[in-house]
Design a protein around this ligand. Structure first.
Ligand code: ANZ
Length: 811
């Protein structure tokens, strides 16, 4: 008798599939297009459990879509530029190219053992010159459209990674990659104008993304509607940005960021020492430290500004709670109605003037008030504006009046900054710009792309990019005059690579263009994009920006790259911590595959937790799926299982099969993989019993096995194929159609419900769904297990919740 031995057939099926090109994507316009993509991995060298968890379930989903008649594109590649390759070069003298491609080869092998339907013939790596050439092309196109520009300014510098970072890569003042505290540097760098699309990126109507992803992006973009208002100062006009112009009559002082360029001109000689000391102190703190500080700090500049409505002289202070990078880097302080200004005024004894009062509220006592009133309320102490509702109406009136005099303008501000893409690193896409002494920054002409990374460069322990010292790389000619020019030696942020890679899979070898426009029309936006929540802002926002740029270039006809985005949860180690080498709690999927076979590992990963939630790894948990698959294997065999004879009827069997099929189909639709496994496990129990019943061998039995086999195919592709072909089928189970539910068979007019006696479950009965209370009670009383608890007792109450429970209360 045959026992389930996955090692006997898994590898050989994979070989057969490979040889017959089973998963090679065939473009077939007669079937509806379906593009499923999971975020591609970084080639670190190993596919860990997190990768398996992320890839296996979407693979099952893609297989299911294929069986449902869709023309499914499910490709994979590698996000292959980035620092680890360069660090291996600096620390261990390895060639970043060899290191990266070696890892890619290893990981592709590991991936292939996973038994997915990925079409490997479409694989590309973002470090392939044939790919990054198009990064360069996009960059030069954006340069021509003014969407890529170079600017001097304060930038985030990671002292550990020796490179600048985008704002998105700074998390709480620290480098998102290595955790080092980020410093500020003044540098000239390349930016992409994502801010041009800020408003559009707030519109999520074209993309079904998890709520928290939308919230994170909305907060990141941070749109604020208000006005800019001009104040006269001894150093010229100073413009502030405010979201509450209606509070202007309560503005009792101005505050500038310590780095504001007017600080020097406003500082009076007797305040100079204090201001200088404070400015130096503030420069050493991160924005986050500055904004979260509980105690407000600041100093008076010695100068006064003129209030544009009252003409009063109000003091100008500097304080680090005002950021130089937001708005205009200065504010009008309204301590009565802004919490930060309130704390500041309290601390330094500055005047607090109430101008907004809550509906029906008391006047504010400036000396004893506990906090600012930040609601909309109604205007008071505001002269001609008194009585107006605060918020919108007040703002309109005040801004209107100031605008007439030319000292205010309505203004919308965003927290979002342009995307800084220059990196002072080697292992990335060279920025295709040359600097001519005569003609300045010039894009490299398309015919000369790609600008290739040089080979055999020498890395220094200090970590400086070898491009900076490579004379041959730097030497270039100006495309305008043909004279000598110097190449930009920075490379692009690797998030550029992943911003449009999904388009490249549509035709990865196309040499005449970045994107196959016709294919994009049919396959984009992506029907289901999956990956980790950690990409909620960076990658997803950048891709949404890039797609809009492509639309404006005429390459696509849509604005959103993803129709649906879903995030998988995280699988933690058995100790509840993240699996990591340093903690020594890593479970290697390769080891598990060698022990249990791929299908068991796949099943376990789908069974372990609701996919979008994740959970801890239970080392013994894999035994359940392993046993289940052996039961399944035996079920399909000829021998009769031991055990008492069963009485399963044809209707019972068909009900079990079709109701499971209906549930599994809807679970696939909503990505509920763990309940698919449990549904199939439950059905296995029914089938094992049915095998010992008269229904065994009938057409209903044959139908049951057939449907069960097809339902197994997306989840356990090897076992399903083995069972399918053992039955004598000639075509792969993966080319078969997903079975149709027989709706009549899938619903039953009877239900099994529990019977309680005085609240304790004593038995169950099968009754008609439409049974009356009387019929239900009669059935319950006739049940032997219930009867003995009723004997000699008096019934006090009968409860029947239709379809759910019967309770007979006795005394
Ligand atoms: C006066 C005022 C009165 C304000 C009031 C608020 C309430 P959001 O919503 O985040 O955009 N502000 C402006 N520029 C700033 C900067 N560079 N650093 C720190 N704070 C700054 O916040 C806009 C408000 O934050 C602005 O409106 C300004 O304070 C402050 F009852 O102006 B407000």
């Amino acid at each position: 008798s045959a026992r389930y031995n996955p090692h006997a057939f898994e590898a050989s099926w994979q070989e057969r599939w490979e040889k017959t090109g089973l998963y090679t994507f065939q473009d077939d316009a007669s079937r509806p297009a379906h593009y499923a993509l999971t975020m591609f991995p970084y080639p670190s060298g190993n596919l860990h459990m997190g990768h398996w968890y992320a890839y296996v379930a979407p693979d099952a989903r893609a297989r299911w879509m294929r069986m449902n008649g869709h023309n499914v594109l499910f490709p994979m590649g590698f996000d292959a530029f980035g620092l680890p390759a360069e660090n291996a070069a600096i620390k261990r003298g390895l060639d970043p190219r060899a290191w990266t491609y070696g890892n890619i080869a290893d990981m592709t092998g590991q991936f292939q053992r996973m038994g997915t339907m990925i079409d490997w013939s479409r694989r590309f790596n973002t470090c392939d010159p044939e790919y990054y050439r198009w990064n360069q092309w996009f960059f030069t196109e954006m340069f021509r459209k003014g969407l890529a520009y170079k600017k001097d300014g304060l930038v985030n510098w990671c002292p550990n990674d020796q490179t600048v970072l985008a704002n998105e890569q700074v998390v709480n003042g620290h480098c998102e990659r290595c955790g080092a505290a980020v410093e500020r540097r003044e540098l000239s760098q390349w930016y992409l104008k994502i801010t041009d699309y800020a408003d559009e990126l707030l519109d999520f109507s074209g993309s079904d993304m998890p709520e928290r992803v939308k919230t994170m992006q909305t907060n990141w973009i941070g749109k604020s509607v208000g006005a800019e208002i001009d104040f006269d100062t001894p150093a010229g006009v100073e413009t502030v940005f405010t979201t509450r112009p209606d509070t202007i009559m309560g503005a009792t002082f101005l505050v500038l960021a310590p780095e504001h360029r007017k600080v020097a001109a406003l500082t009076t000689p007797d305040q100079l020492a204090e201001v200088t000391a404070y400015t130096e102190l503030a420069g050493g703190k991160t924005d986050v430290d500055r904004q979260s500080a509980t105690e407000k700090t600041g100093v008076f500049t010695g100068s006064y500004a003129t209030h544009p409505l009252t003409g009063h002289q109000i003091p100008v202070w500097i304080a680090d709670y005002v950021l130089v990078t937001y708005g205009t880097g200065s504010i009008m302080a309204v301590p009565a109605h802004d919490g930060r200004d309130f704390d500041f005024a309290r601390k330094f004894g500055l005047p607090i003037q109430e101008v907004i009062r809550p509906e029906g509220g008391e006047a504010m006592d400036p000396l004893n008030a506990a906090e600012a009133y930040t609601g909309e309320g109604r205007l008071v102490n505001s002269g001609e504006f008194d009585g107006l509702p605060g918020g919108k109406s007040g703002t309109l009136a005040v801004t209107g009046k100031l605008a007439e005099r030319g000292v205010a303008r309505a203004k919308t501000t965003y927290r979002l900054r342009d995307w800084l893409i220059s990196r002072q690193r080697f292992w990335g896409t060279p920025i295709p710009i040359v600097y001519c002494p005569e003609h300045g920054a010039q894009p490299v002409p398309e015919g000369e792309l790609p600008v290739r990374l040089p080979e055999n460069v020498t890395f220094t322990p200090a970590g400086q990019s070898p491009l900076k010292t490579d004379a041959a790389f730097k030497a270039a000619t100006c495309p305008v005059c043909g004279g000598p020019a110097e190449r930009d030696t920075d490379t692009m942020d690797t998030f550029v690579d992943s911003s449009w890679y999904m388009y490249r899979f549509l035709n990865p070898r196309l040499s005449s263009a970045a994107v196959d426009v016709e294919a994009a029309k049919r396959f984009m936006p992506i029907d289901l994009y999956t990956g980790g929540i950690e990409h909620a802002i960076l990658h997803l926002l950048y891709s949404r920006f890039w797609t809009r740029v492509m639309r404006d270039m005429g390459l696509t006809d849509h604005a959103e790259p993803f129709k649906v985005v879903r995030n998988q949860g995280i699988i933690l180690a058995a100790d509840g911590e993240k699996m990591s080498k340093s903690r020594g709690n890593v479970v290697d999927p390769g080891d598990l595959v060698r022990e249990y076979g791929v299908d068991t590992v796949r099943t376990y990963l789908m069974f372990i937790a609701p996919w979008e939630v994740g959970g801890p790894w239970d080392p013994s948990g894999i035994n359940g799926p392993a046993k289940w698959l052996s039961r399944v294997y035996t079920l399909f065999g000829d021998e009769q299982a031991a055990g008492p004879a069963e009485t399963t009827t044809e209707a019972d069997l068909r009900y079990a099969v079709h109701s499971t099929l209906k549930k599994v189909s809807s679970d696939f639709e909503r990505l509920s993989f763990n309940t698919i496994v449990s549904g199939l496990m439950e059905l296995t129990n029914t089938l094992v019993k049915a095998k010992r019943s008269p229904v065994y061998g009938t057409p209903a039995w044959e139908e049951a096995l057939n449907i069960f086999n097809l339902m197994l195919a997306p989840m356990v592709p090897h076992l399903a194929e083995e069972l399918w072909q053992a039955k004598g089928e000639r075509d792969s189970v993966h080319l078969a159609q997903w079975p149709a539910t027989d709706e009549a068979a899938a619903t039953r007019d009877t239900v099994t419900i529990g019977v309680q006696v005085s609240g304790k479950v004593r038995g169950q009965v099968v009754i008609s769904k439409t049974a009356t209370q009387q019929e239900a009670m009669a059935a319950a009383r006739a049940e032997a297990s219930v009867m003995k608890f009723l004997e000699g007792k008096e019934t006090v109450k009968e409860v029947y919740v239709a379809g759910k429970i019967i309770n007979i209360v006795v005394r």
